[in-house]
Design a protein around this ligand. Structure first.
Ligand SMILES: [Zn+2]
Length: 56
C-alpha cells in the first residue's frame, strides 16, 4: 500500500502546505484556518485544497 505526501494549496488563500496523504485527522490551513482535509475511509478527503504536487 502506497502512502505519500502531497503538496496542496488552500482554496481560500492559496497557502501551500505539505500533508500526509493518509492523515487521520482534520488538517487546517495555517494561514486562514480553513479545513483542508478530513479523514475518509482511511485516506484524506481533500475538502478545501487542491493538490499541487505529489511527493514521493
Ligand atoms: Zn488558507
Amino acid at each position: 500500500m502506497t502512502s505519500n505526501f502531497l503538496k496542496v494549496a488552500c482554496r481560500d488563500c492559496s497557502n501551500e502546505s505539505t500533508i500526509f496523504s493518509r492523515a487521520t485527522s482534520i488538517i487546517s490551513c495555517d494561514v486562514c484556518g480553513a479545513t483542508l482535509t478530513s479523514p475518509s475511509g482511511g485516506k484524506s478527503d481533500l475538502v478545501g485544497c487542491n493538490v499541487v504536487e505529489t511527493l514521493e
